[in-house]
Design a protein around this ligand. Structure first.
Ligand code: UDP
Length: 329
């Protein structure tokens, strides 16, 4: 019988892709999600429990009912800008949710937790690429809630037999290579889907937030990792913990940086469409450049991003925006 894994936030972008990866690896993903930002139709690989992570009894009931052996915890609010505007809501959902989840896990004897952390915990790093020991100094409430989540796990693991994996994502992008799952945020704020919408005509123009950064072309550089690579890393982290190995904190990135203009050009080349752009002022809180040193995840989990070339990310995401790639003119 397949081992059942509780996936909070399993109806969301990274969560749903991770459910597919779990299923393919022989686990049964049990999604626990309040559908505040997730989508019921993305729950396709196991049972669905509609509930809020801040409801400790509901989480504990789902764990008991489905004979859960470990938790993948994705459920959280995840817009940096919104977190600056509504810090209470972010601390409530992300930190309050974590408190309730950990209490439910303790009460039901769960000893393995994989936690969605973020490169936002590093703030504006003094050196690049970012290694796991780079100081974590978040510059917005979102990043602070994720750092607090990491610290809560650490404190709890110190006095119990809990082991955990904190996975610090860089920029997740792309979509299921088999076309079963995609990215649907509302409102959409992420660069790659917004750029694809501008290329397809679903939006008039892509706003580029700043072209005067200290980077080669003046636009911000990020490390984009394919969501299917991220999903696979979660399975590897889970297996690591299930084998009784120690807690881990790992960067998940491709190790390569791409500027916004590089992405614009790659989308134009792939789709043969002109992507209208408009240069706008910088967005508050954007570091010029963020790239991961991915070598620790390779050493500890044997994980390497395999699908995270810009071309592959664009090819897999494009159909969700009505775009075809590599079509002869
Ligand atoms: N960005 C942009 N235009 C947009 C959305 C994003 O120029 O419409 C920029 C943003 O300022 C950042 C990069 O693209 O430099 C990646 O932003 P995103 O929100 O996708 O991810 P983040 O790095 O903030 O997590």
């Amino acid at each position: 019988q397949a081992s059942s894994i509780l996936v909070t936030g399993g109806a969301g972008f990274i969560g749903s892709h991770s459910c597919k990866a779990l299923k393919m690896a022989g686990y049964l993903p049990v999604v626990f999600d309040n559908l505040s930002t997730g989508h019921a139709e993305a729950v396709r690989f196991g049972p669905f429990v509609k509930g809020d992570i801040r409801d400790q009894d509901a989480v504990a009931a789902a764990i008991s009912k489905h004979k859960i052996t470990a938790i993948l915890h994705f459920a959280a609010s995840a817009y940096v800008g919104e977190s600056v505007q509504h810090p209470n809501a972010y601390y409530d959902n992300n930190v309050g949710g974590m408190i309730s989840l950990l209490k439910a896990a303790s009460a039901t004897g769960i000893k393995r937790i994989v936690f969605s952390s973020s490169c936002a915990t590093y703030g504006v790093p003094e050196t690049l690429p970012i290694i796991e020991t780079t100081p974590q100094r978040p510059i917005n409430p979102y990043g602070r809630t994720k750092l607090i989540g990491e610290q809560m796990l650490e404190d709890l693991a110190h006095v119990t037999d809990l082991t955990f994996a904190c996975l610090r994502y860089f920029n997740a992008a792309g979509a299921d290579p088999e076309g079963e799952l995609g990215e649907q945020h509302d409102p959409e704020t992420h660069l790659v889907p917004l750029a694809l919408m501008a290329a397809s005509g679903r939006r008039e123009v892509l706003s580029i937030f700043g072209d005067d950064y200290p980077t080669p072309d003046g636009t911000c550089i990020r490390d984009y990792i394919h969501v299917a690579d991220l999903a696979r890393a979660h399975v590897l982290a889970l297996q690591h913990l299930m084998q009784g190995k120690p807690s881990i904190k790992l960067n998940l990135g491709s190790g390569r940086g791409h500027s916004i203009l590089e992405i614009v050009r790659a989308i134009e080349a792939k789709t043969g469409r002109k992507l209208p752009i408009r240069i706008e002022p910088r967005r508050a809180g954007d570091p010029p450049s963020l790239t991961a040193d991915p070598s620790r995840a390779a050493e500890v989990l044997g994980f390497r991003a395999e699908l995270s070339s810009l071309d592959q990310i664009i090819e897999d995401a494009a159909p969700w925006f009505g775009l075809k790639c590599n079509v002869a003119a």
